[in-house]
Design a binder for this molecule. Sequence first.
Ligand code: XBP
Ligand code: MG
Length: 274
Amino acid sequence: MLMYGHSSETRLDAVVFDVDGTLVDSERHGHRVAFNDAFAALGMADRWDETHYGELLRVAGGRRRLETYLTRRGVAPAEAVVLGERLHRIKTARFRDMAASGAVPLTPGVRRLVSNLQRNGVRLFVVTTGSPEWVEPLLAHHFRRSTFERVVTSVDVTRLKPEPDAYLHLIREARLDASRVVAVEDSANGLDAAQQAGLSCLVVRNEYTGSDVGHAELVVTGFGPHARLESGIDAPMPHGLVTIDTIKAVVGLRPRIEEPTRPGWLRGSRRSRR
Ligand code: XBP
Ligand code: MG
């Protein structure tokens, strides 16, 4: 049964941040470089240029992205799985080193927003389709360990974004009321995952965000300063900044969903990290 939960006094309990393209500017000069280094490490001539990689980003999950690419270029499916695994292990080690060394920068303005939310007692979480091997050192490099209460990564669920599993897993583990939680995302995959889990979603555009995010409750051009509203509700953005008030304007706009009693997506999932 669908109920509409939005009202002006819907309390904001928590904000869930996506990683790649949201907390950090990581795809064009980070992951893409690490994938190309993995091709080179195995003596393969393949290289993903910025345009091609932007198209491949429609496939969430680096290992699946590799398998999809290899199959499309004629590698037999069984071999694409094995070769994709080998390449992804090399890529993950390379990107982990980049993340730990500080080579993957925060998105401008995000640290100010995280601090603003923390000061106001908002619970903070991370949900990503990325691999924990690099997610943890990346977050440790930029934030105190206590900043994010829980971090859900690709190993915690079977189905990645745009399926809602990772968000539903977090809601269940952290005992959240989805109608009081806002997701901050950069992609259509992440937007669809969050909304299907019952969360309102703020999309912060980046160079790879496609045009298919218009169904977000709010789309902005950045965290600020000098950011502006692009589509969705008319939310406050004082001095071109995304603040807690911007996010409070978005909370509770999704129809409340009745969580399935024993969903299949829990099978095979492991506990959230932290
Ligand atoms: C974006 C992704 C990830 C990264 C690559 O994740 O789809 O797959 O592109 O990381 P997010 P892995 O949900 O944070 O936007 O190779 O570890 O998958
Ligand atoms: Mg993302």
